[in-house]
Design a protein around this ligand. Structure first.
Ligand code: NDP
Length: 339
């Protein structure tokens, strides 16, 4: 049995191009005592993949040229040499873009699926946890405040906005295109959504946020963040979660044009890296699972089929073609085989 995996062939310059990544075949080794073999079902592709492809001083070391691409997987155990795991168990823990993963038992986290696996890849996975901790620990919105969330139809933003509604805020999304804005207001229950592709963003935001902005859940940076910083109220909080509009830039990335408003309006801005919160996932999970179970938070996954399409799935995120959590499906999911 062979395993296919993606490796970094060259570091991209600007947008990712064909040839930056290469699909190779590797043998699956025999298992040592304490190891399990997992057939991966879903691979998560994320904006941070682009950060890891560059040789920059980021929050974790880059992927080295010639090394496998890094990314979380969820899959089914097909062989086990550890008493804690049996064939058929669903686990997460793989961190490579590949079809099969050999994991040490300590690396594998069993999934007790009370909800569909897709929920664990999105709203109950790193994206949902980022939304939860970004708001509860940094943004701390109060009822009646205005919360703006950029990339609002995406994996993280869609959850952040819905949590903001539960916390009693007026929630305004920023998304690209009328289809996404319709999804954000009609399906996710945001109070308004402005279309950053339609032009006149500042005017649109002014109309959507008549009382200014108290919390910015920032996923995008660039013109979107500049427009938001132009409208922040005194003592506003910026949850600096992501700057996707800058990840394909070379050299000095980007700085906000309205930086001085942080001074004039006494704004606090704090960066968030979700790995810091891994030890606290267990606190957030039951709360979030309840909200999902009660239908107070909905989620959506955007699935591209097959390992060969993983780079295409990553490109979708940067083109804004994804709606919800971008996944690559590598083998059948439990929901495919249940009656
Ligand atoms: P999404 O599912 O939100 O997909 C990314 C979206 O970003 C696209 O769909 C697109 O939406 C928008 N986008 C892409 N390029 C641009 C651009 N140039 N200008 C404006 N919008 C753009 O991805 P995630 O939820 O996974 O990630 C969202 C952000 O959160 C990213 O910045 C990511 O790095 C960050 N993040 C940070 C984490 C942390 O630990 N700090 C953890 C998880 C995510 P549209 O069509 O609406 O423009």
């Amino acid at each position: 049995m062979a395993n296919r995996r993606w490796i970094l062939r060259t570091r991209p310059e600007g947008d990712i191009s064909e040839g930056d990544l290469e699909l190779i075949e590797v043998a699956i080794p025999d298992l040592d005592e304490g190891e399990i073999l997992v057939r991966n079902i879903y691979l998560s592709v994320d904006p941070t993949n682009r950060i890891w492809m560059s040789d920059i001083d980021a929050y974790m070391p880059p992927v080295e040229v010639g090394e496998p691409m890094r990314g979380r997987t969820w899959g089914t155990v097909i062989k086990s040499r550890h008493e804690g795991f049996r064939a058929g168990d669903v686990v997460t823990g793989g961190l490579i873009w590949e079809e099969y993963s050999v994991l040490r038992h300590a690396e594998a986290v069993p999934m007790n699926l009370g909800l569909p696996l897709e929920a664990f890849t999105s709203v109950l996975g790193p994206a949902g946890m980022t939304a939860f901790w970004g708001l509860s620990d940094i943004g701390k919105p109060r009822p009646g405040e205005t919360l703006v969330v950029s990339a609002a139809a995406g994996a993280t933003g869609s959850v952040a906005g819905q949590i903001g509604k539960i916390m009693g805020c007026r929630v305004v999304g920023v998304a690209g295109g009328s289809l996404k804005c319709g999804y954000v207001t009609e399906q996710l229950g945001f109070d308004a959504c402005v279309d950053h592709r339609a032009g006149n963003l500042e005017e649109q935001l002014r109309q959507a946020c008549p009382e200014g902005i108290d919390v910015d859940f920032e996923n995008v940076g660039g013109d979107v963040m500049d427009a938001v910083l132009g409208m922040v109220n005194n003592h506003a909080r910026v949850v600096l979660c992501g700057l996707i509009s800058t990840y394909n830039r070379e050299g000095d990335w980007w700085s906000p044009r309205r930086f001085r408003n942080l001074l004039f309006r006494r704004v606090s801005m704090q960066g968030l890296i979700i790995t810091d919160y891994f030890p606290r996932f267990a606190e957030a999970l039951p709360v979030m699972a309840d909200w999902v179970g009660q239908g107070r938070i909905s989620y959506r996954v955007d699935v591209v089929e097959g390992i060969t399409n993983a780079p295409r799935a990553l490109a979708r995120i940067f083109d804004g073609n994804n709606m919800g959590k971008q996944l690559v499906k590598l083998s059948p999911a439990p929901s495919d085989i249940q009656p």
